[in-house]
Design a protein around this ligand. Structure first.
Ligand SMILES: Nc1ncnc2c1ncn2[C@@H]1O[C@H](COP(=O)(O)OP(=O)(O)OP(=O)(O)O)[C@@H](O)[C@H]1O
Length: 241
């Protein structure tokens, strides 16, 4: 199967200085892939590069099997849904206005997240954090993406809301969407993920199935605590896939 997006020996970073090195990563249709790692590991940098927001420093970025240099706004028309870490909704506009601006299928959003129905006339800035994130994710999913890239969907949200958001991503993947999720909630994301990459200090420290990751959960969680941007001298975990 041709990957929706593929990084081959990709180096990514800022002003020519790599933050992520030699990254090999794929996302295929129908799978949820989790991108995990401690703060500063390079997860957001990876996501921005895959989305076309940052130019790779070296290596290859393939979209649908073809080399791609197209920026995000061009790729959106080609089926990329992107939910950035900073919520990309207009806080001074109502929920309904945000959906109109987003040119998406409003009924589809309300089907995904019925809790937004009574909030259509509410200014987005007055929605709860969970409702705002439902609006961001609902908007991205209702545009019918083939590939969804999402950065910390669950940041600061209650566990029940996180479960709702991740279930919506899983349901989309079950209809063929490929999703790459940067997540802090390791255990929750492993409930919906098919495969996992763990980045540490800019390199892939673990790649495997969610089942393999679950079997090594305490080891992986340990690497989060010890594997920040600073050199902790820890041995890398073996890459199993
Ligand atoms: N615009 C930028 N210019 C220069 N360096 C940056 C920029 N954005 C991020 N960095 C650096 O790149 C490194 C990786 O950051 P990145 O945000 O990709 O990590 P992350 O794994 O997403 O971390 P977090 O979980 O804290 O968001 C960090 O050292 C960060 O300081």
């Amino acid at each position: 199967m041709t990957a929706l997006v593929e990084a081959r020996k990709l180096c990514a970073g800022y002003q020519g200085v790599p933050v992520v090195r030699d990254l090999d990563l794929t996302v295929e249709p129908g799978e949820v892939v989790a991108l995990l790692g401690p703060n500063g590991a390079g997860k957001t940098t990876t996501l921005l590069t895959l989305a076309g927001e940052l130019r790779p420093i070296s290596g290859d970025l393939l979209v649908d099997g073809e080399p791609s240099k197209a920026p995000l706004h061009k790729r959106a028309g080609g089926g990329l849904g992107f939910v950035p870490e900073e919520r990309s909704i207009f806080m001074s506009q109502t929920t309904a206005e945000n959906l109109r601006v987003g040119r998406c299928d409003v009924d589809r959003v309300l089907e995904l997240f019925p809790e937004l129905k009574p909030k259509l006339k509410t200014t987005a800035g007055l929605l709860s954090g969970g409702e705002q994130q439902m609006l961001s994710l609902g908007r991205a999913l209702a545009r019918g993406p083939r590939l969804l890239l999402a950065d910390e969907l669950s940041l600061g949200l209650a566990p029940l809301v996180v479960a709702r958001l991740l279930a919506a991503v899983r349901a989309a993947a079950d209809t063929g969407v490929g999703a790459l999720l940067v997540e802090q909630h390791v255990r929750k994301v492993l409930e919906v993920a098919d495969r996992v990459y763990v980045l540490r200090r800019g390199v892939v420290d673990f790649a495997g199935t969610a089942t393999e990751a679950k079997a090594r959960l305490s080891e992986l969680e340990g690497s989060y605590l010890s594997g920040g941007a600073a050199d902790d001298g820890a041995e890398p975990l073996a890459t199993s896939a």
